[in-house]
Design a protein around this ligand. Structure first.
Ligand SMILES: [Zn+2]
Length: 187
């Protein structure tokens, strides 16, 4: 497994930044840590919604907007519920190499596994595939004058990132994911 990851690293370290996740037009995205305006109804730091056992594939979590605001930090809400994008290289999960499952920060469903994580050189956590079939879903995204494939949590429809076809083996795909949307549960 380690050898394979090294192969990914060398083959992908040169991935051009232009292929990265969407550039964010928003400024001042760092307000999510809780400081600043006091009117945000949600927590100031992320709350874990991971459960044991995990929710079944196909189960749904549907909340109204007020409930999402109370459940998420401002930054999580901006990305998960408003399809925002974190600044590249801002997520500590970029340098995270422990084994484990990456769960949805909004609903706790397992989405990705460390065995499928690779360093894409883009500044966002990247995976070759989801942890299992049915955990994420894809849909066309025509925002920002581009045609891309958005990837969402299949349980809560939380925005995760985008999928590109320039990934390493075995899938050739690159799930370019906002670290804010994920919680690692080390195994
Ligand atoms: Zn979710």
């Amino acid at each position: 497994m380690i050898l394979r990851r090294r192969t990914f690293l060398t083959s992908l370290a040169v991935a051009p930044a232009a292929l990265a996740c969407s550039p964010t037009p928003q400024v001042g995205a760092q307000s999510g840590a809780g400081g600043g305006a006091g009117e945000w109804p949600g927590p100031s730091s992320p709350v874990s919604y991971v459960t044991h056992p995990p929710p079944r594939v196909g189960s749904r979590l549907e909340l109204d907007d007020d409930e999402w605001r109370r459940r998420l930090t401002r930054e999580q809400y901006r990305i998960l519920r408003q399809e925002g994008t974190e600044r590249p290289y801002s997520s500590p999960l970029n340098a995270e190499h422990r084994a484990g499952a990456f769960h949805c920060a909004g609903c706790g469903a397992p989405l990705y596994h460390s065995r499928d994580k690779f360093d894409s050189g883009t500044g966002w956590p990247s995976f070759t595939r989801p942890i299992e079939r049915g955990r994420v879903h894809e849909k066309p995204d025509r925002s920002l004058g581009m045609v891309r494939v958005e990837v969402e949590c299949a349980r809560c429809d939380g925005h995760l990132g985008h999928v590109f076809e320039d990934g390493p083996r075995p899938t050739g795909r690159r799930h370019c994911i906002n670290g804010v949307s994920l919680e690692l549960v080390p195994s």
